[in-house]
Design a protein around this ligand. Structure first.
Ligand code: URA
Length: 421
């Protein structure tokens, strides 16, 4: 029987043939292979690993486990998950306004990391539950559509839930096949991965991040997708806002050409430029600048919001909590640390994310971080604003603990740490 055969082979460190991998993935998705066998196999893979050929076979089988779309002319991006990461909200309207169509798959928040679907749902009426016909029409007519997984790569959804419950998430072949299978099923022909690196990310070291970036690009290329990756900083949150309405508000500032934190401004522009480069667009920097300064990117975002049933008139006054608490610098000096994971946990405690599956998300809560690593700070200066009152004591403790001030000057952290191009 296939599942047992695969477990026996992998537990001894053997290699799984492509046909066996496919049979197991199909059997599990169809409910014919029980969770206990799949769990045992995932743990064997976690411990023994998979070579590139096996990982590609797993990716392909998961990509083909449900519906498959095809948008060879479109671009998509994927972040491996961070805190305050509103790059999809900022870069993609810019790229679409430059004439590169976007067909994107997005997810919800996972633990203390945010998800684009939750952020967009902070806009009244907004939905990512588009059926195939509506998604295709919107890509054609507006050049920007974001859909939730739905019927795409159902094997990944089932396997991911099992991994989450069996301690088998942090395995390179399992992460790589999970991410790339969903993206391949969505079908965009040009794909940029934003692999986050640092204490607030899955990948803590540059070496680990590079390993994942290489694998994502290689798997995508093998599946006929033009792909590249950036490795970007996630020791401190990206930009200022953490939390759903607050992040949409910050993204709107960027799209209107207003001043935002330097790391967000730099990365949002860089990702837009790189996506245009993947499409072979000439003079991408100039196009990106024009899309922002002319208001075209902002208008594209509004058009996209209306198309996905959102109220674009509500964008200028999204609800944020009026219960605001300041976190102040205990001493003067230079900001050495603004630890993303602690600030992400503070946002989670306030209700910005889900502690467990099925929890309600409160779009109005979160934090605004007012200083970046390397900034000079005065004693008593505001380091962060906390929006919301749920678990306020814990959120405030986490936020206070996230900051460290040094007496001597501190180097700012670069937003981009490397690339696979
Ligand atoms: N994100 C995914 O989609 N899958 C993983 O396995 C990890 C992060």
């Amino acid at each position: 029987e296939a599942a047992l055969e695969a477990i026996e082979e992998k537990k001894r460190g053997g290699r799984l043939p492509e046909g066996l991998i496919r049979t197991v993935v199909e059997g599990y998705t169809a409910g014919e292979i029980p969770d206990y066998q799949m769990s045992a196999l995932l743990m064997a893979i976690f411990i023994r690993g998979m070579d590139y050929g096996e990982t590609l076979a797993l990716t392909r089988a998961m990509a083909e486990s449900g519906e498959r779309y095809s948008f060879p002319e479109c671009v998509d991006k994927h972040s491996t998950g961070g805190i305050g990461d509103k790059i999809s909200l900022t870069s993609l309207p810019v790229v679409a306004a430059c004439g590169a169509p976007v067909a994107k798959l997005s997810g919800r928040g996972l633990g203390y990391t945010g998800g684009t679907v939750d952020k967009l749902e902070a806009i009244p009426g907004f939905t990512c539950a588009l059926d195939r016909e509506r998604f295709e029409r919107q890509v054609r007519e507006i050049g920007l559509a974001i859909v939730e997984a739905g019927e795409l790569a159902p094997a990944d959804r089932a396997i991911y839930a099992l991994r989450d419950a069996t301690g088998t998430v942090d395995s390179l072949p399992l992460i790589g096949s999970s991410i790339v299978s969903k993206k391949a099923a969505t079908g965009a022909g040009h794909l940029l991965y934003d692999v986050k690196c640092g204490s607030g990310a899955f990948m803590h070291t540059l070496e680990e991040a590079r390993g994942l970036a290489d694998l994502l690009v290689r798997l995508s290329t093998s599946l006929g997708i033009r792909a590249a990756a950036l490795i970007t900083e996630m020791d401190q949150p990206l930009g200022s806002a953490i939390g759903n309405s607050l992040e949409v508000r910050e993204a709107l500032r960027f799209l209107r050409g207003e001043r935002v934190a330097g790391d967000l401004d730099a990365l949002a522009r860089e990702i837009a430029v790189r996506l245009l480069q993947l499409k072979g667009v000439e003079e991408p920097e100039r196009q990106v600048e024009e899309a922002i300064s002319s208001g075209a990117a902002y208008e594209k975002f509004r058009e996209f919001v209306r198309a996905q049933s959102g109220d674009d008139r509500a964008l200028e006054h999204l609800e944020v909590s009026d219960e605001i608490t300041e976190v102040c610098a205990p001493a003067g000096g230079y900001l050495r640390r603004a630890e993303a994971i602690k600030l992400g946990r503070a946002a989670l405690a306030l209700g910005a994310g889900r502690e467990k599956k099925g929890d309600e998300v409160d779009p109005a809560v979160g934090l605004e971080v007012c200083a970046k690593v390397g900034d000079r700070v005065e004693a008593g200066q505001t380091l962060a604003l906390i929006y919301g009152a749920r678990n306020l004591r814990r959120a405030a403790e986490l936020a206070e603990d996230a900051f460290e001030i040094a007496p001597e000057p501190v180097e700012p952290i670069p937003a981009i740490l490397g690339s696979v191009w």
